[in-house]
Write a protein that binds this ligand. Structure first.
Ligand code: B12
Length: 210
């Protein structure tokens, strides 16, 4: 019998080969991709997120769990696409222009993917026009990451670019990164700020009312 609890546990413990194996096994036994995603992968990543928030897990544990989830997702993704499982929405995320830090951004992207969103990872040093393009292509949320005080203004420039192209209201903008604050979020007119990856998921759900 497919053991989705064991799968969730493999994610929590960061056991990538086991997570992949259990996902393959569940699929072979006829469990739906959606069920595996929700009751295995997302359930596991939810626990990871809570532990991270409560300081029971630190960045390395989260990265290892995220890697396990990524491994399992590779098996699941084609099935999800084939089965027409509805994504919770498309999110474009990137580190803003001039900034090459991506560890935190990647964590946020993985947690959001784990929560059932479709992620378009634009990478690092992302120009405002690239975010504009992503919104024109249907992103419902845009995540901007900056780790340098010198690149934070690129967040504001990105919002200005979205306004100039008339698509500012087509997506929610969330921002984060070590030097970023709620005050800065208010100042530049972003829709939300989160201090870490787990609360980024909560923030997106709150904004999208899901
Ligand atoms: C690793 C690192 C690097 C690596 C980056 C590797 C990589 N692939 O990311 C390298 C060596 C390349 C690097 C380079 C530089 N770095 Co550096 N770097 C760091 C370091 C040590 C850790 C950053 C990190 O990954 N933290 C762990 C992650 C998990 O945390 P996080 O990024 O904050 O992300 C979390 C939250 O912020 C939030 N979050 C992040 N993004 C987003 C996005 C959204 C939408 C949301 C909602 C939330 C969110 O969720 C994340 C997960 O919980 C920090 C010091 C520090 N303690 O922060 C310096 C630091 C950021 N770097 C610094 C500097 C100065 C530089 C350089 C300019 C150094 C130089 N002179 O060349 C260059 C700049 C290069 C460039 N153009 O970007 C300074 C910045 C100072 C400042 N205030 O501006 C810091 C603070 C170090 C310091 N104390 O001086 N760096």
């Amino acid at each position: 019998m497919a053991d989705l609890e064991a799968l969730a546990q493999a994610i929590i413990n960061g056991k990538a080969p086991e997570a992949k194996e259990l996902t393959e096994k569940a699929l072979a036994e006829g469990v739906s991709a959606a069920e595996i995603l929700n009751n295995g992968l997302v359930a596991g990543m939810n626990v990871v997120g809570t532990k991270f928030k409560n300081n029971e897990f630190y960045v390395p544990e989260v990265l290892i769990a995220a890697r396990a989830m990524k491994n399992a997702m590779e098996v699941l993704r084609p099935q999800l696409a084939a089965g027409g499982v509805e994504s919770k929405g498309k999110i474009a995320i990137g580190t803003v222009r001039g900034d090459l830090h991506d560890i935190g951004k990647n964590l946020v992207a993985m947690m959001l993917e784990g929560a059932g969103f479709e992620i378009q990872d634009l990478g690092v040093d992302v120009k405002p026009e690239q975010f504009v393009e992503a919104v024109k292509n249907g992103a419902k949320v845009v995540g901007l990451s900056a780790l340098l005080t010198t690149t934070m203004p690129a967040m504001k420039e990105t919002i200005e670019a979205l306004k100039a192209e008339g698509v500012r209201d087509k997506a929610y903008i969330i921002i984060g990164g070590a030097p970023v604050t709620q005050n800065y979020c208010d100042e530049i007119g972003a829709d939300g700020y989160s201090p870490d990856a787990a609360s980024a998921v909560d923030k997106v759900k709150e904004l999208l009312k899901i």
